[in-house]
Write a protein that binds this ligand. Sequence first.
Ligand SMILES: *Cc1c(COP(=O)(O)O)cnc(C)c1O
Length: 362
Amino acid sequence: MRKINFNAGPATLPLPVLEQAQRELLDFQGTGLSILEHSHRGPDYDRVHEEALSLFSELMGLPKSHSAIMVQGGASLQFAMLPMNFLPPGRSADYAVTGHWARLAYEEARRVGAARAACDTAGPDGKHTRLPRPDELLLDPKAAYLHITTNNTLFGTQWRALPDPKGVPLVADMCSDILSRPTDAAKFALIYAGAQKNLGPAGLALIAVDRDWLKTARKDLPDILSYAVHLEARSIYHTPPTFAVYLVGLQLKWIKANGGPAGMEKRNQAKAELLYGTLDRLKGFYTVPVEKESRSLMNAVFHTPSPELDDLFCLEGEKEGITGMKGHRAVGGMRVSLYNAVSLVDVRTLTDFIESFAKRRG
Ligand SMILES: *Cc1c(COP(=O)(O)O)cnc(C)c1O
């Protein structure tokens, strides 16, 4: 029996996507080969590759000025690739340090060049429970770019409105909320996301880049680290992770068939309202440490009155077939990830469990 999966990433995939992959695994669309066995230079894989890129561009609403790229190495490679391409000597980049991954992106940039924290929302305990207030974000008008993390996966916070970068190119790590809502892509010089949260399995990152901005990128890089080289090669500069690209394509089709980003937003809002509403109603027992206005629709972080009860909560949940709720070790408590593929019915099962646990243990 399949469990209800609230893992933070790799995360649950839509069942129809897994079923189609299973049906096609041995013989991909009558070609007599598995998609795993097809050459990345052959026409059968090429269709899969182009479809994934074009669906991504379509669902992201990319304007004509922007192009989609896929590369291996996950989001962590992007932490390094971004400054290598766009942070030349003599310039400085701004980073909004709003969580764990945002800090890692910032630290990686500092190994490449000059970077500055435009804000740091860590509390005295090192935890981030809110986004910066507008007057806390101190921007350098000469910055090479401003980097933000639209959803802070560990701490459960999410930007609602974008900050005004005041003319500085805006770059976003959208790993954990990409295509969970409509994106105004024209506002970004570059967007990147590892696939394994909202878009598919682990193995690649999807990128949207403004080609005019790309013209300003450094040219003296190893090919493999150059966005321009990957774009020029249609993201087949070398062997792409073909099976992951195929699965991302299936999941993008699933997103499209389910109302696209606007449909995902509706679905995600309904799930988050149900979950946070339940937790707030039981606030004598459960605590959501994140400030209300900063709460993430994707990753809900909460805890019970004690770490022992938190452990018991996860353990009893497992017995009921609900998995992946243990919080990140840097945060503790529970974290429930409500990515696109999680259904409202699954969240209803969870909130029933949340209520019964509070009744039994409260
Ligand atoms: C998961 C995550 C990452 C890291 O992704 P990898 O693909 O493991 O490198 C980076 N940023 C955010 C916001 C994430 O949620």
